[in-house]
Structure formats: structure tokens, C-alpha cells
Design a protein around this ligand. Structure first.
Ligand code: CAA
Length: 255
């Protein structure tokens, strides 16, 4: 199996792509399996936060070029790649990408489906599609510009040249850079920390950041205000504030 799902203590799921012979290229089997896993863990109440990783050498080298080389537009339309990306795009819980090595093309787009990106010092991010005569097809022209702004995004997209983890961090594409050997441990520790938070609050924060960024500011602020008020109907709000006032640790139930 090229994609492995592990449920770890602390309400964390860890998904690992393991197809080293093709540098974790995202062929149909890998994408189908990722889609299945994200549908499964979205519904699993025991999973509060997920980590998505590749191997310790490569995150993912993009869509499978061998499977696309002779394709016609109709083939690509019938493949309907967006169907397998949708469960990742719509995953309602916090998702952390743990990136070692290359995250290129669809691999960079995969990382950008996450909410937090932890990268190793040796990680490389890029959208090299232009070098093989195409353009990014899983959000690269859209999510990258939202993450780093027009002028950094254009340089990455138009040259196809990869950038190093530190540069990616400086431009806002990476949340944190750690030594290569510590990427997965750091991502899992962060996932456990987030998994221990009130879950409805975590999901609403994700929803608001993602949905709000494409709305006019006033509409997004209204959405935030309404959701903020709604949180006062949760048991975790009562518990969180009571625990603070009573100077004790809170015990959250996710309700
Ligand atoms: N698709 C299919 N096979 C791939 C692949 C890919 N994206 N990336 C690597 N491989 C395969 C190679 O063909 C090679 O296979 P063989 O052993 O059968 O020849 C094997 O993986 C090892 O590759 P390299 O010898 O090139 O390994 P390397 O360590 O020297 O280099 C790399 C690694 C820099 C990632 C390099 O393989 C590379 O540049 N890959 C292509 C990256 C790319 O162009 N990605 C964009 C794809 S298009 C896309 O993603 C569209 C989209 O938006 C959805």
C-alpha cells in the first residue's frame, strides 16, 4: 500500500505517502487512497487533528508525469482529478503537512491543502509544471498567490525553480522549519497540542480562515461575529472559562 494511515494516541491521525521508487508521485491509486482516508478520518470522532507526510526523503514530486504524458484534454476531463482532491480541500479538522525533501507540483499543492506546514531544513518547494509544458492543476496558481503574494508566486510559477525551506518560511509558505530528522516528531507534537484544544473552536477557526479569506471583509467579519457568539452555546466554552477562573486545568469534551 502506497499510503498508510495510523491512528496515534492523543486523537491524532498520521497519513504517510510511501512510493519512493517514483518520488511519491501522486498517481491515481495514491490520490484515490488519500481521498478515502480523508473521508474516513473526517467522520471519525476519535481523530481531532491529522498529519500528512511523505517519506524522510521526499514529500511528493507532483502528479505522475508517466500517467499524463500522452493524455488528451478529454482524458484529463474524464479523470476529474478534482474529485480526489475534494476530501482534502473539505477536510474540516486541522491538518498539518510534515515536509521532508521535495514538495513539487502536485506535491506542493498537496502541502498547501494543509493548515500548517512544518518543513525540514532540506525541504524544497516548487511548481515546476511550466517546465513540462503545463500549469498547476490542483490550486497552485491560486493557493500559492494567497500564501505568498503576487510577486513571489509569479517567480515560482513562471520559472518552475524550487525554493528552499527557509526562503519558503520567510515568504509565508511554511509555518516552521526544523532539522530534517525532527520534522515528523515536531508535526505530531503540534498535532497532539491542537487535538487537545476544544474541537468545535478548532474547526470553526479553520472554516473562518479558509472561507473568510475569499469574502469581502465586512461579510467575513459578520461570519466571524456570528460564529463567535455561537461558541457560547458549547460546553467547552463553559468549561474553558470556568477552569480559567477556578485556576485548574480544563477538561474538554468537544461538545
Ligand atoms: N511523475 C512520475 N514519475 C516521477 C515523478 C513524477 N512527478 N517524479 C519522479 N519520478 C520518477 C522518475 O521518473 C524516476 O523513475 P525511474 O526510476 O523509473 O526512471 C524516479 O521517480 C526517480 O526520479 P529521479 O531519478 O528524477 O530522482 P531524483 O532524486 O534525481 O530527482 C525530483 C527528484 C527532483 C523530484 C525529480 O524526479 C523531478 O523533478 N520530478 C518531477 C517533478 C515535477 O515536474 N512535478 C510536477 C508534475 S506535474 C503536476 O504536478 C501537475 C499538477 O499540478 C497536479
Amino acid at each position: 500500500m502506497d499510503v498508510k494511515l495510523e491512528r496515534l494516541p492523543g486523537q491524532v491521525a498520521c497519513i504517510r505517502i510511501d512510493r519512493p521508487e517514483a518520488r511519491n508521485a501522486l498517481n491515481a491509486a495514491v490520490r484515490e487512497r488519500l481521498a478515502e482516508i480523508f473521508i474516513e478520518i473526517a467522520q471519525d470522532e476519535t481523530v481531532h487533528c491529522a498529519v500528512l507526510a511523505g517519506t524522510d526523503k521526499v514529500f511528493a514530486a507532483g502528479a505522475d508525469i508517466k500517467a499524463m504524458a500522452t493524455a488528451e484534454p478529454v482524458d484529463m476531463m474524464l479523470r476529474a482529478g478534482e474529485r480526489t482532491w475534494a476530501p482534502l480541500k473539505d477536510f474540516p479538522k486541522p491538518l498539518i503537512a510534515a515536509v521532508n525533501g521535495y514538495a513539487l507540483g502536485g506535491g506542493c499543492e498537496l502541502a498547501m491543502h494543509a493548515d500548517i506546514i512544518i518543513a525540514g531544513e532540506g525541504a524544497r518547494f516548487g511548481q515546476p509544471e511550466i517546465k513540462v509544458g503545463i500549469i498547476p492543476g490542483a490550486g497552485g496558481t491560486q493557493r500559492l498567490v494567497r500564501a505568498v503574494g503576487k510577486f513571489k508566486a509569479m517567480k515560482i510559477l513562471l520559472t518552475g525553480e524550487p525554493i528552499a525551506a527557509r526562503e519558503a518560511e520567510a515568504m509565508g509558505l511554511v509555518s516552521e522549519v526544523v532539522p530534517d530528522g525532527e520534522v515528523l516528531d515536531r508535526a505530531l507534537a503540534l498535532a497532539r497540542q491542537i487535538a487537545a484544544m476544544p474541537q468545535l473552536a478548532a474547526r470553526k477557526i479553520k472554516e473562518l480562515v479558509l472561507q473568510g479569506s475569499d469574502l469581502p471583509l465586512e461579510a467575513a467579519l459578520l461570519l466571524e461575529r456570528n460564529t463567535f457568539q455561537l461558541m457560547f452555546g458549547t460546553a467547552d466554552q463553559k468549561e474553558g472559562m470556568a477552569a480559567f477562573l477556578e485556576k485548574r486545568a480544563p477538561s474538554f469534551t468537544g461538545r
